[in-house]
Design a protein around this ligand. Structure first.
Ligand SMILES: Nc1ccn([C@H]2C[C@H](O)[C@@H](COP(=O)(O)OP(=O)(O)OP(=O)(O)O)O2)c(=O)n1
Length: 157
């Protein structure tokens, strides 16, 4: 399964894309696919080269993961509600966020690996299960279309 990393690029097509993506609250980036398998393999090599396999037990990795979730939470602590796309955040705050999100992802991938689980397959299976548990209804469709209305475009009361 693929996740995306951003690589900046130039040109006017990029500017158009950037505007569009900012409107959707997503960063202006070109995406390249990075598979969970690539991350799994690189993490396994990283640990092996440093002789860290002895420390990377499931329990230790879980505790490290929870620690990183704590560091991630600290970034949002006391800020109040945060707008999608983080429009008022500094570049360095965003960079910090990217690092903490990555630490969480990396420990999660590593934890699944040492537990012998295929995380991508497990996640896809869970998505299907979620779909059965929370089926799309006409009401949820309605809520979605209301949410996508531009600000100020209120419904008549
Ligand atoms: N035994 C270890 C130690 C680190 N890492 C990797 C996974 C994480 O991506 C990152 C975590 O490194 P740190 O523990 O140094 O944590 P931070 O990068 O968050 O540093 P700090 O806590 O100083 O902010 O390094 C690892 O795989 N196994």
């Amino acid at each position: 399964m693929g996740v995306c990393v951003g690589v900046e690029e130039g040109g006017s097509a990029r500017e158009r894309k950037s505007k569009m993506e900012r409107a959707n609250g997503r960063p202006a980036r070109r995406e390249r696919e990075v598979s969970l398998e690539e991350l799994r393999e690189r993490l396994a090599n990283f640990a092996k080269e440093r002789e860290w396999d002895q420390f990377h037990s499931p329990r230790n990795l879980l505790l490290a993961l929870v620690g990183e979730v704590g560091e991630l939470s600290e970034i949002f602590q006391w800020r109040g509600e945060v707008a999608r796309g983080l429009p008022n955040w500094s570049a360095s705050d965003k960079e910090h966020l990217g690092e903490e999100l990555s630490d969480v992802l990396l420990y999660l991938v590593r934890l699944a690996d040492v537990c012998g689980l295929d995380l991508g397959s497990a996640a896809l299976t869970k998505l299907v299960k979620n779909g059965h548990k929370y089926p799309v209804t006409s009401q949820s469709q309605q809520q979605l279309s209301l949410r996508s209305r531009p600000a100020g475009d209120d419904l008549p009361v």
